[in-house]
Ligand binder design. Sequence first.
Ligand SMILES: *Cc1c(COP(=O)(O)O)cnc(C)c1O
Length: 351
Amino acid sequence: MKTKFNLESLVRENIKALKPYSSARDEYKDVNTSEMIFLDANENPFENGVNRYPDPQQQNVKELLSQVKNISSKNILLGNGSDEVLDLIFRAFCEPNQDNIITLPPTYGMYAVLANINAVENRPVLLSTDFQPKVTQILKEVDENSKILFLCSPNNPSGNTFTIEIVEELLLKFNGLVVIDEAYIDFSEQKSWLEKIAQFPNLMITQTLSKAFGLAGIRLGVCYASEEIIKILNRIKPPYNVNELTQQKAIERLSKIDAVKKEVFEIIQERTKVVEALKEIAFVKVIYPTDCNFVLVQVDNATTRYEQLIAKGIVVRNRTTQALCENCLRFTIGTPLENQQLMKALKEISL
Ligand SMILES: *Cc1c(COP(=O)(O)O)cnc(C)c1O
């Protein structure tokens, strides 16, 4: 289907030539062999639960994720939050002071920050006023050094999902890597792009355990892509990038997937209630459609309303400085009680 995509040509030369660090646990992996005596990693031998280095390939976590997400563990790379995963993608594919990426504001701020850190040019192309990618404008920005196109879908802070047709057109017409950030996919009606990985060799998907899975504190980000892409990222990841406590917590949570689904269901129900209640607030001008665990609203004066809410002990996100988000506030959906308190506060300040 695609003829011009060439993974090899996208990888930085120094990464192609790299000889990866080989850790003790890489060289002798069979950590379950209880008869073995491990004197290879200079660990303290006295058992306390975390005296040993963690599994560098996080096989048990990947095994569970692979069942939950219905994808081979060979298509998975884990990182210390999505932030590390995104940074690895930059470092594998973007030559500093030469390559560029394309982002679609208003969107997640980390793509631009990571571009800056890695000395990679960011070419922003605004979304349309209904927060969809503008394909023609995007393709106009592309040149031979355009390595990555970041699509955040469902998008933060707008909350909407990009249409399947637009994403597919971009996957077909952009010859670099298309990274779809699905941090909020578990709150969306639209299906994940995961099952399209075999069909589109340039497709990469990032997800996280920070939102729907309720584990922001453990820092676990996920990248799904072709085996070839995952192999490249594996070569450059720090050897023990996901710590033992994080792996244990993730395994615990992924083993209770029904509990996660129940919470997600409740958050989505609460989202409907919050949206309904917001319609009754006079200073709320627009309530944007949302597929996430937050809702973006345009108000009369975002900064005034933000400060009034702070005075009532409620912290929301003021997005007024973001492109296309003038006078917009972003409300995360909380517990039923928290949402009631938000609505009460909004009514009080509207008087
Ligand atoms: C919250 C969020 C993430 C999560 O990042 P972590 O580092 O995994 O916590 C990623 N992408 C978007 C768009 C987000 O809003």
